[in-house]
Write a protein that binds this ligand. Structure first.
Ligand code: SF4
Length: 451
């Protein structure tokens, strides 16, 4: 039964609040809920108790490892990365991550589970040498074998990939290779501080194809410094020509800890030197239409996939449905038995804690039942539609009643409709989903900083 008729775009524009036009400093992307600024050291007791409990029946286990090394720091980067660590420091880091994993491996929350998915994020996991990667992954498998994994994702910076290294990555069991391409123009790559050039992208992509990775993903960013309409169209055209299995497109945001923001501060500027939000949304919208013409399907606010029946994002989908995530490495975010946690975000304190046989966790949060419901609802809404039945069965809550006000608000703005069990965002809503999600937050979390 259709319970709504979306208003015309004209009425929607009248009703919707003013969208921030310019790109100013701050985090736009909603990656979790409640916001990280509510995670506290005082809640670490919850984390330690969560480790000692058996897992919730049927809840899958994933592993995330943060590799915080990069060849150069991109000017828009807000991740915890280091460009000055020598091979001794890197070796030490790998040993520490393995030791950290050993601390977790015997805890009751594992409950005999084997990992369902593994994710190597960064930073640049492909910065590691073949020997380092083999040692690392053999060690990880010795604690928790990968024979039941559905997906192993590995983020790469194209300039760090050789054929030899890609072979080793494939042999390790990686199923999804994610290439941080970002742009296909050398000038734009350079002025945004990227370490690689287009020649390296083409070479790495060619090797990866020959090695038949089950899924190759290309990351693009809409709105890098000096991006133009014509160049963006070229990016889209060239990416379609490469024919990757999936493409992830982010809209450029400028968080506080970026080089671009530091420069803005020096120059006394409030507006970042990148495209405004309307332009970035229009560029992503253009990309989605072109990919659709080429046979791709829009799978979320940020992804298009070539073959929906074969291309999965296990890591994303399981996490957004409340899976446990054993998270390792500096600054990484995890979740165990309903408690979220984050590791120390500086290199030396992280290493020091693990060397003392202690968990390197510095803040945690156990969401209430209502916060867990909001978390899953907002994260899954990034897929473009959610099932009300799913929430009824899992949380015993009718989300159409629980979220009556925000749903009506988004519907009034012309971005959302409810059709029987399905709550759907239209394309315009999907392209600005992160700002709309705040409507579902509890009042104390609205507009909180994601840091
Ligand atoms: S490669 Fe990625 S993680 Fe490394 S500096 Fe650039 S944006 Fe940051």
């Amino acid at each position: 039964m259709s319970t709504s008729v979306a208003p015309t775009p004209e009425t929607a524009r009248e009703a919707a609040p003013a969208i921030e036009k310019q790109t100013t400093v701050g985090n736009y992307f909603v990656s979790n809920y409640p916001p990280f600024s509510f995670w506290k050291e005082e809640s670490l007791g919850d984390f330690y108790s969560a480790l000692e409990r058996s897992p919730r029946p049927g809840n899958p286990l994933g592993i995330y490892l943060h590799i915080p090394f990069c060849r150069k720091r991109c000017h828009f980067c807000y991740f915890r990365v280091y460009t000055d660590k020598d091979s001794t420091a890197i070796k030490n880091y790998i040993e520490t991550a393995l030791k950290e994993m050993s601390l977790y491996a015997s805890k009751p929350f594992i409950g005999g589970r084997k990992p369902n998915f593994v994710y190597f994020g960064g930073g640049t996991p492909s910065y590691l040498s073949v020997d380092q990667l083999r040692h690392l992954t053999d060690g990880m498998k010795s604690f928790l074998p990968w024979d039941e994994v559905e997906e192993v994702t590995f983020e790469c910076e194209p300039g760090t990939l050789t054929e030899h290294k890609l072979k080793a990555i494939r042999e390790m069991g990686v199923t999804r290779l994610s290439l941080g391409v970002e742009n296909l123009d050398d000038h734009i790559l350079e002025i945004n501080g990227r370490a690689h050039h287009t020649k390296e992208i083409a070479r790495a992509y060619g090797y990866a194809r020959e090695l038949e990775f089950p899924q190759i993903n290309i990351d693009l960013i809409a709105g890098m410094v000096e991006e133009t309409e014509a160049n963006w169209r070229e990016n889209v055209r060239k990416t379609i020509e490469m024919s990757p299995d999936s493409v992830t497109i982010y809209q450029m945001e400028i968080p506080y800890n970026t080089t671009i923001y530091r420069q803005m501060k020096v120059e006394g500027k409030l507006v970042a030197p990148v495209a405004d939000w309307d332009t970035k949304r229009r560029w992503v919208s253009y990309a989605y239409s072109e990919f659709e013409k080429a046979g791709y399907t829009v799978g979320s606010a940020y992804t298009v996939v070539k073959d929906k029946s074969k291309t999965k994002f296990v890591y994303r989908d399981k996490l957004w449905a409340g899976a446990d995530l054993l998270s390792l490495g500096v600054a990484s975010f995890g979740a165990i038995n309903g408690t979220h946690y984050q590791n120390h975000h500086d290199f030396d304190p992280y290493l020091a804690k693990v060397s003392e046989n202690e968990f390197p966790v510095y803040r945690a949060l156990t969401p209430t039942a209502d916060e867990r419901l909001i978390r899953e609802f907002v994260l899954q809404l990034k897929l473009g539609e959610v099932s009300a039945r799913y929430f009824n069965e899992k949380f015993n809550t009718d989300v159409v009643t629980r979220f009556a006000l925000p749903l009506e608000t988004l519907r009034g703005w012309g971005f959302l409709s409810i059709d029987g069990d399905r709550i759907r965002l239209n394309r315009e809503g999907l392209l600005q989903v992160d700002r709309l999600l705040h409507e579902f937050f509890l009042p104390e979390h609205k507009n909180a900083r994601y840091a």
